[in-house]
Ligand binder design. Structure first.
Ligand SMILES: *[C@@H]1O[C@H](CO)[C@@H](O)[C@H](O)[C@H]1NC(C)=O
Ligand SMILES: *[C@@H]1O[C@H](CO)[C@@H](O)[C@H](O)[C@H]1NC(C)=O
Ligand SMILES: *[C@@H]1O[C@H](CO)[C@@H](O)[C@H](O)[C@H]1NC(C)=O
Ligand SMILES: *[C@@H]1O[C@H](CO)[C@@H](O)[C@H](O)[C@H]1NC(C)=O
Ligand SMILES: *[C@@H]1O[C@H](CO)[C@@H](O)[C@H](O)[C@H]1NC(C)=O
Ligand SMILES: *[C@@H]1O[C@H](CO)[C@@H](O)[C@H](O)[C@H]1NC(C)=O
Ligand SMILES: *[C@@H]1O[C@H](CO)[C@@H](O)[C@H](O)[C@H]1NC(C)=O
Length: 918
């Protein structure tokens, strides 16, 4: 058809024009201002960038900034030729619809936002006429969180050029009074120190940063492209009474509660440490370092326990022990010796940890369970819902569980849910040189419990944010916002009840009374309330299902729209001047795995950006369409064939099941295998899980037994048979990585990770070419790495990277790489998405290996009674009748097959098709 070739050529041309660097002669950022206003810990930041096109022709001009993850964008505006273009916050669906319509009209551009450690990216671009100017203005808002005894306002500056008029202005206003202010960060180094001025009064602080063009080039991390770094302003506020400060205005209140002059509560802490194989190397080493440090920070009055786990659970001591110098020392020796090995049995490990804490009840103490893991559960109970249920049952609301997810191989959403269900929070630990410091930093946040069972009571209040907290730690803060019934401050009576060491304590508002001068400006409190409410609803939503979930979601959505917040439920639609061109901005979700190993590489990121957002609308105008590229192939059930192969029967009407009479005998050499749906009863043929997977501590076996029968999930594959007979099928246990294709002469690997929860399908498929190109497809999107360039794509825009072209539509992803054409279908099963790969164009090389390269099996039935036996290559094997699902087409269907163990059907043992990494 030639379409492919045309497509490639056009992409090639586009690529060439897209990679041109922004040239200072082309466009000029002549002014870049960041203005942050903090009022009672609520920060509103406005970034304004003015850019001129210095060319004699129109030019795509880009605006690209990084903002804190916790922030919500609340406004975006562009001015061109005196005309304002405002972004409008809409529901995700509406935004998507508008976007799709624009695409179908042949005009559009999507914005891909990405997640780094604490920042996310906002970028857009607009076509600006010759010698014309554009102004970009972005607003975002966030409630600063108190951590380690201070608040931090972080401003990231990287305008991508030196800018004649660059400035950052910060104004902070804290009613309670400011105790200290520090200005730190990469932009506060000595070359730049004299560009920073700080003015502090009792309740206000101004910080100004106005570097010269010269300074913009000479600071640490800055270069030809100007500034690149953070300005971090940290401060704390005065607290003279335990109750903290509460502001009220216009019917809203915000209460900041952070008492510090309280005795510390002794704690009982159990660390549950993953030492599975995936932790090997630096992660394990950093964990050991962090643990040794953390242990030495334990107070002598604390009790602690240490559990390490892979498929087995190893407890340092069976019971909690006191943190005496001697005990700490032996525990450190144990920690230094933790070695990585084996699989990941999170369920059994957490249950053991929880039981340890439960057995050890000590009055006047605070118990804490901390899990550190870098992977998903792979052995024991692996069904996440069951783990969550088990853990919740054992913890029974008695103490919080904190989950630390190390790296990006771990399902963060799973950990988040696990923590939230047990009054804790989940944190991501980034794989980096400072991982041990991150671990220690987290521990320090919870190191000093001051109160337990904190109940915040607001008589006369309504629509409150969270009011019950299981523990309060020194250095942190509890913030509650709400509405005041009828705006009647007289009847509004806030109070805090909690447990300090052994006694109940009550805090109430002193006789500060209403301050006549205290006209809290306004609507800020209302926005704080909305911000907190949306954040909490989004968390709550994670824990719910069905109607309740929808209700909470609707509520969060309504508030997001009302306050114009770009949250995970909303998107901002930016309509651009030319031809009503539209862009959609989504907030990236923290839970989703994203690879950002190369995050922070200044110019790399620049180039990446441009690749993604370079005038994609013109791509559409060229008429290159996605989808329908596969229609040239005859669609045979269970058959994925190269159209060019000789002998492929071209009978389009033929849709019969293999095994039925008349199924064409084909000489196609490429077979495809789908999988199985329900559990059949042919026990002997089911893969036997090695007994060692069930090795459990005695103490936890009751939970395991109750849940072990459907574990692990099994996947059924089928191999096409040559001739008019049924396909053969076999099972593969669900937690393995499979070699789908290995193409030696191209150094091309395609590997897949089976879904471990739903039986059927892959959760991730990775294509590697050589040592520097990697394409990772998951059910949410596609991550493309080429050398140092890494990008994540979730939208439908075609992706071109190295030798690969990727086109994604709703239900399928079409990948062309080297001489391979791979289609990955996205099927839905049990409301989970799963991936299914089909090879559409096979390599000419005959040395290819892997499941996708299997040739059809030739067999004959040699016996029917009493058992069915088939003969493959002179060897006879016994088979059973079974069902399998064919996922190799856009929609799936079930069919019959002959089932036998994998090793008997495959030309090589199953282990040959397993790989260690994707
Ligand atoms: C910063 O923003 C505040 C609030 O919008 C405004 O009052 C102030 O003038 C701005 N400061 C500068 C230097 O633009
Ligand atoms: C709590 O932290 C403050 C400093 O933020 C410190 O002065 C105080 O001693 C700490 N209290 C306890 C019990 O650790
Ligand atoms: C908060 O705690 C109090 C007493 O401890 C209890 O009565 C109330 O139901 C709890 N509220 C919520 C929302 O859990
Ligand atoms: C609480 O929120 C609901 C829904 O937004 C609203 O109808 C109600 O008036 C609010 N309550 C108060 C006291 O403002
Ligand atoms: C406070 O604001 C209200 C309107 O919201 C106004 O009527 C009142 O005069 C203000 N009080 C002071 C002291 O500024
Ligand atoms: C990364 O991207 C840049 C610009 O888009 C390109 O010049 C460079 O060749 C890319 N690097 C690799 C290894 O693909
Ligand atoms: C059967 O023999 C052929 C040719 O020797 C070989 O290619 C094929 O892999 C064998 N099949 C099995 C299942 O062993």
């Amino acid at each position: 058809m030639g379409r492919t070739v045309v497509g490639v050529t056009i992409f090639g041309l586009l690529l060439a024009s897209a990679v041109a660097q922004p040239n200072q002669n082309d466009w000029d950022i002549y002014s870049f201002h960041i203005n942050s206003t903090v009022s009672n810990r609520y920060a509103t930041t406005v970034i304004t960038s003015r850019v001129a096109n210095r060319m004699q022709e129109s030019k795509e001009i880009e605006f690209h900034v990084q903002i804190p993850k916790d922030a919500f964008i609340s406004k975006f505006r562009m001015y061109i030729d005196g005309q304002a273009y405002d972004g409008v916050v809409k529901t995700k669906e509406k935004a998507q619809q508008q976007y799709t319509e624009a695409v179908s009209r042949g005009q559009s551009a999507g914005i891909v936002s990405s997640v780094g450690r604490s920042l996310e990216e906002f970028r857009t671009s607009v076509n600006v006429g010759a010698n014309k100017k554009v102004t970009f203005e972005l607003h975002y808002e966030e409630l600063l969180r108190r951590k380690h005894g201070k608040y931090e306002l972080k401003i990231h500056a990287r305008p991508m050029q030196t800018v004649r008029d660059f400035k950052i202005d910060v104004h902070m206003q804290e009613k309670a009074g400011i105790t200290f202010v520090d200005v730190k960060g990469g932009l506060s180094t000595k070359e730049l120190a004299n560009a920073i001025t700080k003015t502090q009064e009792d309740k206000q602080v101004w910080v100004h940063f106005y570097p010269t063009v010269n300074q913009q080039q000479t600071c640490d991390g800055c270069g030809e492209q100007g500034l690149n770094g953070d300005l971090i302003i940290s401060y704390d506020v005065q607290r003279d009474n335990g109750f903290g400060d509460i502001q009220k205005a216009n019917g809203y209140f915000v209460h900041h509660f952070a008492p510090s002059s309280l005795p510390r509560i002794p704690k009982n802490v159990v660390f549950v440490i993953d030492r599975s194989g995936s932790m090997s190397g630096r992660k394990m080493q950093q964990t050991r370092i962090a643990l040794v440090k953390i242990l030495s920070d334990l107070a002598e009055e604390d009790f602690f326990g240490l559990i390490t786990f892979d498929s087995e659970i190893l407890t340092w001591k069976k019971e909690l022990v006191q943190a005496t110098a001697e005990n700490v020392e032996t525990a450190q020796a144990f920690a230094r010796n933790i070695q990585d090995r084996g699989a990941t049995d999170i369920n059994a490990a957490l249950i053991e940890g929880a039981k340890m804490l439960t057995r050890y009840k000590r009055e006047g103490s605070a118990s804490i369970l901390i899990l550190l893991t870098d992977g998903d559960p792979t052995t024991g109970v692996t069904n996440r819902v069951k783990i969550q249920e088990n853990v919740k049952r054992v913890i029974a609301g008695n103490f919080p569980l904190y989950c630390l997810g190390f790296g990006f191989d771990v399902s963060f959403e799973f950990l988040q849910k696990l923590s939230l269900m047990n009054d804790g929070v989940a944190r991501r630990i980034y794989e980096d040189s400072d991982a041990d410091l991150q671990l220690k930093g987290f521990y320090e946040e919870v190191a000093n419990p001051l109160l337990t069972d904190v109940t915040m009571i607001y008589e006369g209040g309504a629509n409150l944010t969270q009011t019950n907290f299981s523990q309060y730690y020194n250095g942190s803060e509890i913030v509650v916002a709400g509405q005041i019934l009828d705006n009647n401050v007289e009847n509004f009576n806030p109070q805090v009840v909690a447990i300090s060491v052994r006694s109940k304590v009550t805090f109430s508002e002193g006789d500060t009374g209403p301050d006549p001068n205290e006209n809290t400006s306004d609507s800020v409190l209302q926005r704080v309330w909305a911000y907190l409410t949306v954040k909490q609803l989004l968390k709550k939503e994670l824990l719910l299902s069905g109607n309740e979930k929808q209700k909470v979601k609707d509520e969060a959505l309504e508030l997001s729209l009302k306050y114009s917040f770009v949250t995970p439920l909303t998107s901002m639609v930016v309509t651009k001047p030319q031809e009503g061109d539209t862009e959609v901005l989504h907030k990236p979700e923290e839970g989703k795995p994203q690879r950002h190993r190369h995050h922070g590489g200044g110019s790399t990121a620049t180039r990446r950006t441009q690749l993604i957002s370079s005038s994609p609308q013109s791509r559409h105008r060229t008429g290159v369409v996605h989808s329908s590229r596969l229609s040239v192939h005859p669609r045979y059930p269970g058959l994925a064939a190269h159209p060019g192969l000789p002998g492929l029967p071209g009978r389009p009407g033929q849709q019969g099941l293999p095994g039925e009479k008349g199924f064409p005998s084909t000489s196609s050499r490429w077979a495809m295998f789908p999988m199985y749906d329900d559990f059949p009863d042919f026990g002997a043929a089911l893969p036997q899980t090695p007994a060692s997977d069930y090795v459990q501590l005695e103490t936890t076996s009751d939970y395991i037994e109750a849940t072990s029968s459907p574990e692990p999930v099994t996947h059924r594959f089928w191999v096409k048979s040559d001739g008019p007979s049924r396909p053969l099928c076999f099972d593969v246990p669900g937690t393995v990585l499979l070699k789908l294709l290995y193409h030696p002469s191209r150094e091309l690997y395609i590997n897949g990770e089976l879904d471990s929860v739903t039986n059927g399908g892959f959760k991730k498929i990775v294509i590697r070419v050589g040592s520097d190109q990697r394409i990772e497809v998951d059910t949410e999107g596609i991550t493309v790495e080429h050398g140092q360039n890494v990008s994540r794509h979730v939208g439908p825009d075609p992706i071109r990277s190295g030798s690969a072209t990727i086109i994604r539509t709703d239900k399928e992803i079409d990948i062309e790489v080297e001489d391979i054409r791979l289609v990955i279908y996205i099927h839905q099963k049990d409301r989970e998405d799963l991936l299914w790969p089909v090879l559409r164009q096979i390599p000419s090389d005959s040395n290819t290996d892997g499941l996708l390269a299997l040739k059809p099996v030739v067999y004959e039935i040699s016996q029917i009674i009493p058992h069915t036996k088939v003969k493959i290559n002179e060897s006879e094997i016994q088979v059973t009748n079974a069902d399998a699902i064919d996922y190799s087409l856009g929609s799936h269907r079930s069919m019959e097959c002959f089932h036998a163990p994998a090793d008997q059907i495959l030309p090589r043992p199953l282990s040959h098709f397993l790989v260690n990494r994707l």
